[in-house]
Ligand binder design. Sequence first.
Ligand SMILES: Cc1cc2nc3c(=O)[nH]c(=O)nc-3n(C[C@H](O)[C@H](O)[C@H](O)COP(=O)(O)O)c2cc1C
Length: 331
Amino acid sequence: MTWVSQLRERESLFRRAPSAHNTQPWTIDYRADEIVIGVDPERSLPDSDPTGRDLALGLGAFTETALIVAADAGLNVGCDLSDPARIRLVPAAERYDTIFHAADVDLRRVARGPYAEGLLDLVILAALEPGLVHVRSRALAGELEEADRWMFGTPPVARELRAWLRLNPRDPRYDRDGLTDRALGLSRLEARVLSGALRGYGLTRRLGLPTLLAASSRNLLRYDGSVLVLTGPSDDLRESGRRLLRTWLLLARFGLAVHPLSQLLDCPATNARLAERVGATPLAVFRVGYPQHEPARSARLSPSAPDHGDRAVRPVQQGLAGRAQQQPGQR
Ligand SMILES: Cc1cc2nc3c(=O)[nH]c(=O)nc-3n(C[C@H](O)[C@H](O)[C@H](O)COP(=O)(O)O)c2cc1C
């Protein structure tokens, strides 16, 4: 059995990689001696992520996840990121050097519920990858409210969010992709209210929906907790996505959960202030803490069947290179 088929057998595991709105935007092309990772344009977020920042970060996170799974299976696999339009998983002389295992990949998940009070331990902070900046959550509480108002008040962004929400368990896509009511930590009633509000978006927007929806996150950061900001060059986002994934896995080793708050970067005003606060380009921002409730496991698409593999295989997509090069937060 070749290394490609052995890794392919573990596809459902490396599909546990995180992606914005859980769109799982990658395509996986299994070839004789390489695996080519591309982008499915139907699973990208042109309105919420017009610069391709989250797309590139997600592809980096996917690559890191696949490398960890390969190393755990005893396979010598590396990656080639030299082509901005695709990522190649290729044979390597040695096993990928990582402290993480398949179990870390399988257990990782985002937690959006309440976290216990308390700042990140300094020992943990010191163990993190370079380029992570700590900010107290309270300092960003007002910023988050403004970013949420901006998000819900920007029609194409709100519509795109709605398209990836899976608020009804009877939705045929409920177990495949997107953000379920359970993953968002919503009660049935809250899910119904959100669903109704977004369905009648045009009308409710005029009635003040953005302020109403933003109010639901008003207290999300009003506690003594920690937020981490991943900073770095914006021309190397796929490498930053690998760093992001390693950071999330390391935090999970300490029992810590993360909750990304990308709207702080998407909203131009809050992005600019965050950049000034951390003195660098922010690429990802997430709160970190000990979750008070066990988070739900998110949905994933099924792996493609090897005999009909071309269902998941698409020609390499255009656009990733150019989009990933732009500055984040531009709209
Ligand atoms: C680049 C990136 C940006 C993300 N931004 C957000 C965000 O703004 N809000 C949020 O709740 N989750 C965000 N997420 C988390 C995804 O929604 C999450 O990974 C996906 O739903 C799958 O869930 P899981 O990570 O628990 O498996 C982001 C993930 C990535 C990789």
